[in-house]
Design a protein around this ligand. Sequence first.
Ligand code: HAM
Length: 421
Amino acid sequence: MPPLTRPRGTYDLLPPESALREWVLATHERVAAAHGYDLIETPAFEATEIYERGTGTGTDVVEKEMFSFTDRGGRSLTLRPEATPGVLRAVLAAHLDQEQRPVRVHYAGPMFRYARPQAGRYHQFWQLGIEAIGERSPAVDAEVIEVAWRFYAVLGITGLSLQVNTLGDPEDRTRYRAALVAYYAPLRDRLCEDCQRRLEINPLRLLDCKRDHGLVAGAPEIGASLGSESRDFFARVRTLLTAAGIPHELNPRLVRGLDYYSDTTFELWHASLQGAQNALGGGGRYDGLAEVLGFPPTPGAGYSLGVERTLAVCRAQGLGPVPTRDRVAVLGIGDPGNLAAAEVARRLRRAGLRAVLDASDRRLDRKLSSAARQGARAAVVVGEEEAAAGTASWKDLESGRQETADVDGVAAALGRVLRGE
Ligand code: HAM
C-alpha cells in the first residue's frame, strides 16, 4: 500500500521552518500589542450565513472557494475563509464596544479557501491581522495601516509597496456602480463569462478581472463618483500616513475581493511574490458589515496578512530569528550513567536550561556528534563513575573547555557559558 499523503493545497510546517513562523507571529503580536491590540480567538468555522451576508455572495471567496459542510444537526457551517466577520460577530455579541471604542484586537490562525493551489495560494493558509471596532475616524484607518507597515519594518522586509484607495460611502458606490455599468454594458460581448454575471450582481468586481485587462484600463475611476465627505475623509487618512512617514500610492482600481468595504481600502504588495499573488495582505474600513450580520451599525477597520507569503519574503531576504544555540545535550554512558543522566537533565531544566537527554545505548562518540549536529551548545556526560559520585562532566562544544562538578555546579557553569559570561 503506498503511504498516505496530505490533502491538496496543504503543507506541513516542519522544524526548523516552524521557528521562522513562530518568530513572525511573535513579532506581529509585539507590534500590535505596542499599539494597544489584545489577542482574540474565534472558531475556525462559523455559520455559512456569516460569510454569505458578510464577505458577500457576489465574491469569488463565497461563490467558489468555501469549504462548507452540513453538521449532524443539519446546520450549514463553513471553515472560515477569513477572520473579519467572525471577529466582528464575537466582539459585538460580547458588547465589548460598550466598554471602549475602538475595541482593538489582533489574531492569527488558519483560514480555508478552495482556490486553485499554486505558489503562495493554499487551501489552508494562515492569516494574522488586527481589527479596530467601534470608531469611524481617519485616525483609526491610518493607525491600522501604520501597524501593518511597522510590522513589516520590524521584520526587516524591504521593497513593500502600499496601495491605497477609497470606495466612498454607499451612495458614492451606487453612483460608481451606475458609471461602471454604463461603461461595460456596450462591451458585454467582450467580457468573460464570469464578468458578464458580475455586471449584473457586482460590477465593482469587474475591475478585479484577470482576463479583461484591456477593458479595465478604460473604465471610469471611483474618484469622480465621490461625495465631499468621502473625499475629505480619505484626504485626512493620506495626510496622516504622510505625517507618519509611510509612503503610499493611490490606486483607483483597488476594489479588494470582499464585499464589505467602504471608504479606505489598502493592500501591501511585494514584487518578489509573483503575478496575481503579489499581495502580502490587505484591509480597509467596513462600516456596513455589523448591520448585515444583524448587529447595531458599528464602524470598523482592519487588515489581514498572509503568513505563508510573508514567510516567503523573509526567506528571499534572508530574514529570521537570530539563532540561539542554547541546548544542552545530556548523555549517559551505560545503564547507571543513563539513569543518572535523566535526573541530571531534570535538575538542569529546573535551573532554567534546555536539556535534551540522550539515554540511548549508542557509543559516546556517536552521541556527541549527533548532539553537535543538532546544534547543542554544550554536552553533559554522565558515566558510571560520575553516577556513583553524584557529579557530571560538561563540555562547551564551541570553546572545547571541559570540567567536572556536582550537578548544581554544572548547572551554574553552563548558565554562565550560555549567557556568554
Ligand atoms: P484578503 O485580501 O482576502 O483579506 O486576504 C488577505 C491576505 O491573505 C492576502 O493578501 C494573502 O496574502 C492571504 N491569502 C488569501 N488567500 C490566500 C490563499 N488561498 N493562500 C495563501 N494566502 C492567502 C481578508 O481576508 C480580509 N479579512 C482583510 C481585512 C481585515 N479587511 C478588514 N479587516
